[in-house]
Design a protein around this ligand. Structure first.
Ligand SMILES: Cc1cc2nc3c(=O)[nH]c(=O)nc-3n(C[C@H](O)[C@H](O)[C@H](O)COP(=O)(O)OP(=O)(O)OC[C@H]3O[C@@H](n4cnc5c(N)ncnc54)[C@H](O)[C@@H]3O)c2cc1C
Length: 480
């Protein structure tokens, strides 16, 4: 069993000498990479170093490639094609994206089959399926119309300008039944934002619902890692020096410059930089910025944990459609002891490169509430996941329960997976990102900037946006 905390292994090619650079970016996740690209393309010829503590770039967007041919994203994630900033910064063709079908399949409590939730706006031919689906009453389906109208007719900015309430209240406000909320919206949105509906922001709900209504969710041919790799390649082509296995342990201000101390496998290194972009998560930023700000004013944002269990097995898949499967069995049979599953996907049906020929891959997401019930007993979790899956796919039950046929490839437990985006000070619910010169309400020194999803929205789009803001600000500082 593996727990990833975004990197502590340190082996570096950095020289031990103290080198002078224009800009030092700390953190090689999506926000740091987007800051690097932005600064390097705005301020040509600037010397820019990006320091990443783990063995590869990507941060929370990482994949492992097993020797027997599986791609395991570190936690189930989808590429949302409609994100405005992804459209600006990424080459979709080169990612070789394969799309999920719109909608979802839902395991309802008293139904042996997986029910379909269709999206007739994206697939007109599914209109009858949508009307006749057992997920939600006729009234619920009528209530979808004003929701679709809102997200389609309003711009992202307008959606973020709407009054903010928690998502559960927002859904009740649209008039959806509790049954529909629990069987569809709860597993869908909690699978995205990893937190209960009453702790999610209605702005983030409208935003993501717009993204899913207007565009596809997909998987890249080479796994989610290739999203980060593409950004890394772009940054390198603009002259950015990317150093992995380089963990920044302190930053001080000396003689008008920033002195950055780095730990690496072979010892230590230093950089002196005119400007610094902090692109770690909020918790690490809080530690590294402690000499520049009063860090005691408010506790860091709540971060959510999620687990992902991967199983490999011989073809065929229990479900041949490339679609997300939600646990709609209700609150007692979701995210609970004995019923830990929130959502399931067969990535190899969406993108065949995720498994070798003749084999398939299943990913199961388990949220924090269920994880806490197992208290680190991943063997028990595995058994319960298999039992629950076997009950969903009875024709495959004996294979699913047989550990030599459905082979567990990995369990990822990802701490600090996402910052909270509702009802906490400075939470991650700001479209376009907040002021990158201010960290947790405090002004940073001239030349120092922060980015990360917590500075915008807790999404890949937010990480990209916040990186662009910090990269632009750093380039402007270097021009002074
Ligand atoms: C399992 C999972 C699924 C997700 N699914 C989706 C999804 O489907 N859609 C979506 O929009 N979003 C999704 N997200 C959220 C999205 O991945 C994140 O919002 C985004 O990747 C955050 O990027 P970041 O650059 O802000 O932070 P990070 O990715 O955390 O990057 C920070 C980087 O800083 C490095 N670092 C830390 N300390 C140091 C140090 N001292 N020195 C040097 N480097 C350091 C870390 O190793 C890391 O690489 C998901 C997240 C997870 C965990």
């Amino acid at each position: 069993f593996v727990t990833f905390d975004h990197g502590q292994r340190i082996t570096s090619h950095l020289g031990a000498t103290e080198e002078e650079v224009d800009l030092c970016i700390i953190g090689g996740g999506i926000s740091g990479l987007s800051a690097a690209i932005t600064a390097a393309s705005t301020k040509r010829n600037a010397s820019i170093t990006l320091l990443e503590s783990s063995s590869n770039i990507g941060g929370r967007v990482r994949s492992d490639y097993t020797s027997d041919g599986y791609i395991l994203d570190r936690g189930f994630a989808v590429f949302i094609e409609e994100y405005p900033m992804s459209q600006v910064l990424l080459d979709y063709n080169a990612l070789g994206l394969r799309q999920f079908l719109p909608g979802a399949r839902v395991k309802l409590c008293n139904d042996a089959k997986l029910a379909a939730v269709s999206d007739p706006l994206r697939r007109r031919r599914d209109i009858w399926k949508a009307v006749s689906s057992p997920v939600g009453s006729f009234n619920d389906k009528l209530r979808l119309a004003p929701l679709f109208y809102t997200v389609v007719t309003k711009s992202i900015e307008e959606l973020f300008d709407m009054d903010e309430v928690d998502t559960l209240s927002c859904l009740r406000g649209y008039g959806f039944s509790e049954e529909f909320i629990q069987s569809f919206f709860a597993p869908f949105l909690e699978g995205i934002y990893l937190t209960p509906l009453d702790k999610q922001s209605s702005r983030m709900f409208h935003f993501v619902f717009k993204m899913f209504t207007l565009g596809s969710a997909s998987l890249p041919k080479g796994g989610m890692q290739t999203v980060a790799n593409q950004l890394g390649d772009k940054a390198r082509s603009l002259g950015v020096d990317i150093c992995c296995d380089a963990s920044v342990c302190s930053i001080q201000q000396k003689d008008g410059k920033f002195a950055v101390d780095i730990n690496k496998a072979s010892g230590t290194a230093k950089r002196r930089a005119k400007s610094v972009v902090m692109a770690t998560n909020e918790r690490v930023a809080n530690q590294l910025l402690s000499s520049f700000i009063e860090t005691t004013t408010a506790p860091p944002l709540t971060q959510r944990t999620v687990a992902c269990l991967y199983y490999a097995f011989p073809s065929p898949d229990p479900l041949l459609e490339p679609i997300l499967i939600l646990n709609g069995e209700g609150s007692t049979k979701r995210n609970a002891r004995n019923h830990p599953i929130n959502n399931v996907c067969f990535p190899s049906v969406v993108q065949s490169s995720y498994a070798p020929n003749g084999h398939e891959l299943c990913s199961v997401s388990v949220l924090e509430k269920a994880l806490s019930e197992y208290n680190g007993d991943y063997e028990a979790l595995d058994i319960d996941v298999r039992k629950q899956l076997a009950s969903w796919f009875p024709e495959h039950a004996s294979n699913i329960l047989d550990t030599s046929i459905w082979v567990q490839k990995e369990i990822y437990v990802i701490e600090d997976a996402q910052p909270i985006h509702f009802n906490e000070e400075n939470c991650a619910n700001v479209n376009g990102g907040r002021d990158c010169t201010i960290f947790r309400g405090e002004q940073l020194p001239d030349g120092m900037y922060v980015c990360g999803d917590y500075m915008a929205t807790s999404t890949l789009n937010g990480a990209l946006e916040s990186g662009v803001n910090a990269g632009n600000a750093a380039a402007k500082h270097l021009n002074k």
